[in-house]
Design a protein around this ligand. Structure first.
Ligand code: ADP
Length: 493
């Protein structure tokens, strides 16, 4: 059957290798490449952050200046161009909004002008299409940062003719961050006073970006089938379930793929020795390297559990605080912890290595290399998330022969197969309750399996390494969503 190829504009605030704070960056760096390979004309737009140098990223001027009409003013910006493989990437350059360290915050506090910054970015993406004469069939926006793209597409009369055949898709990567802001920015955003209603942008007197996208987008996706159900039924939806439920026919859950160009121990330049399912011995060397790097006792026979995630409640790190010391007192196990976020969590976890030398290692920060070194060297990856739309870390862990220990939620449920103690099958350990005691008991189960049923551990590593979360499968599903969005495309008077 002949497949239809389309013009697709990806609009995101992050994409590897240019900018990343989490899974959003991984996805928007990988999915456009695959859609391009499938024959689509895909282009990506990002803000040009202060951290991106023209020289290091080979950026060239594409448009300068570019006029962007906002609700109550005109702003002038520039556009640079770079590449991710053969995907063109456009960068909106506007010093006042993006010429600062940090994407959304200064490390601890959100920037107070985030609504203006990303509202402007969303408008600029639409203007860019006209400036480079690219007529997208689909504009695919991601999370609150670009949530206003779909509304602008429908609301602004001046754009209507140009985007007559364009449909919008909005993907929710993290429902915990919805983009709620004081309403005084509303005139600048130019969304129309008549639209400041409870069903569209208004939420307790504030403006709510994600609600607007949920109302206006032609299709809505999130990053796993289980999470798609969760966000319509209230569990983990953070208050927007009823609005998403109204769009049920247009809501899809598509599991993320893994970019095995970046995350494969057989081809990973950041780890001390490469290894694969067939040549597995390198993993032991990686464990030793990890133990040395984090000042742990070098011992191949002690189970080593890694945590690689933001220091946030979503990631369930707080569940560990009441029990990690008991675990280390009662079980022969080591921990390595990497993360950045809530100050009190940083202080607590950052202080543990001094109190438990040789047993707990920690690094407070965001370091791509350490994330790879930990995936390769650890025996287990612990993700006690309260909610997890997809989760990429456990998918990477599987490929690294690092067994995930996860809470039964969202994408974790869709990607990890529960260990069966009878026959040793499964790819990970799963628990249900988001409580410290559930985490404690599950770690106990893991440790006893490690010491008492080691053939099961070997079998699980092998089964996990054999799993493949292909981006091609996911991209083919997105193609179907694009077709749906075009067929269901709404026109607003
Ligand atoms: P989320 O997007 O909710 O943060 P995911 O599991 O989907 O969670 O993706 C997390 C991504 O961010 C992974 O690529 C992971 O390696 C990376 N990551 C998370 N924390 C850190 C950190 N402190 N340093 C380096 N990489 C990190």
């Amino acid at each position: 059957m002949q497949r239809t190829t389309r013009n697709i504009l990806f609009v995101s605030s992050e994409a590897v290798p240019f900018a990343k704070t989490g899974g959003l960056g991984d996805v928007c760096g990988a999915l456009p490449k695959i859609l391009k390979k499938l024959g689509h004309d895909v282009r990506l737009v990002l803000p040009r952050y202060w951290s991106m140098s023209h020289k290091a990223h080979d950026l060239e001027w594409e448009v300068s200046p570019m006029e962007v009409q906002m609700g109550n003013c005109i702003l002038w910006c520039g556009v640079l161009k770079g590449w991710i493989e053969d995907v063109p990437v456009y960068f909106i350059e506007y010093e006042k909004f993006f010429g600062r360290a940090g994407l959304y915050d200064d490390g601890y506090h959100e920037f107070s002008d985030n609504a203006a910054r990303f509202g402007f970015f969303s408008r600029a993406c639409l203007q860019l299409c006209r400036s480079i004469d690219f007529k997208p069939d689909i504009i695919h926006a991601h999370d609150w940062q670009t949530a206003l793209v779909a509304p602008y597409l429908k609301i602004w009369g001046s754009d209507r003719e140009y985007f007559r055949n364009t449909a919008s898709v909005f993907t929710i990567h993290n429902i915990g961050y919805q983009g709620k802001f004081p309403a005084d920015v509303y005139d600048f955003l130019g969304l129309g006073l008549e639209n400041f209603t409870e069903s569209k942008f208004e939420c307790h007197g504030r403006i709510h970006f994600m609600k607007g996208a949920v109302f206006y987008a032609d299709a809505i996706t999130t990053v796993s089938p289980t999470h798609a159900e969760e966000i319509m039924t209230g569990i983990g939806s953070n208050g927007v379930a009823q609005y998403i439920e109204r769009r049920r026919k247009d809501v899809f859950g598509i599991i993320n793929g893994a970019d095995y160009d970046h995350w494969d121990p057989d081809n990973d330049p950041l780890i001390s020795q490469q290894y694969s399912l067939v040549h597995f011995s390198g993993k032991a060397f990686c464990k030793e390297t990890l133990q040395r790097e984090f000042n742990l006792t070098v011992d191949p026979g002690i189970p080593l559990i890694a945590l690689i995630s933001r220091m946030s409640y979503q990631k369930g790190k707080h569940l560990l605080i009441p029990i990690i010391e008991d675990i280390v007192h009662h079980m022969r196990v080591q921990f390595v912890i990497l993360g950045k976020g809530e100050k009190h969590m940083e202080d607590y976890f950052g202080g543990l290595p001094a109190r438990f030398p040789g047993r707990i290692g920690a690094w407070i920060g965001y370091t791509e290399r350490k994330a790879h070194v930990m995936q390769a060297g650890a025996d287990f990856l612990l993700m006690p998330s309260l909610y997890e739309p997809c989760g990429l870390n456990q998918i990477y862990a599987l490929r690294y022969g690092t067994i995930p220990i996860v809470r039964d939620t969202g994408g974790l449920r869709d990607t990890v197969i529960q260990y069966n103690e009878q026959d040793g099958s499964g790819t990970g350990f799963m628990f249900h309750n988001p409580t410290p005691s559930a985490v404690y008991n599950t770690v106990g189960w893991v440790v006893s399996t490690y010491y008492d049923r080691s053939p099961h551990i070997d079998a699980m590593r092998k089964q996990g390494m054999g799993e493949s979360f292909s981006w091609v499968d996911s991209a083919l599903r997105y193609e179907k969503v694009y077709t749906h969005a075009l067929a269901r495309r709404k026109v607003w008077a």
